[in-house]
Design a protein around this ligand. Sequence first.
Ligand SMILES: [Zn+2]
Length: 171
Amino acid sequence: MVRKILKYGEPVLEQVADPVKDFNSPDLKQLIEDMFETMYAAKGVGLAAPQVGIRQRLTVIDLSLGEDEAKKLVLINPEITAREGKQVGEEGCLSIPGFREPVSRSNKVTLKAYNEKGEAVELTGEELLARAFEHEIDHLNGKLFINHLSTLKRDIIRRKIKKMQKAGEWD
Ligand SMILES: [Zn+2]
């Protein structure tokens, strides 16, 4: 089932999510399935549970946009263990549609997490995958890509969004 992606302004997007405790719950399996479906429907490469209103430390990533089963990643309770280098690239977010800005990220990121079977995994991503890891894990900590921008740029975006909210074009 495709779920509604919450947009910037919803408090849950700026709250720290709680660790997943029960890896065998049918709700968790359903949530993971729904998150992939929702992400593909929105043509995104990553989606974090708080974006669909679930304050849990879970995110799905697929840089192939559903083309390659092997690229599907489920990260439960992920923790970054190492970062290396820097990259700057344009970034957007399904919760802040219509806005893209250059964001500085680590070029190589190693993390540990649990997969959908509850197995511990360690993953290393470079370039776009490293960017996705940091972007999605930020979501679990209530942080959005606009938090990485200058105050000036962030305020411009916030003002534009406020206008859209008032006009009923942001929900
Ligand atoms: Zn995002």
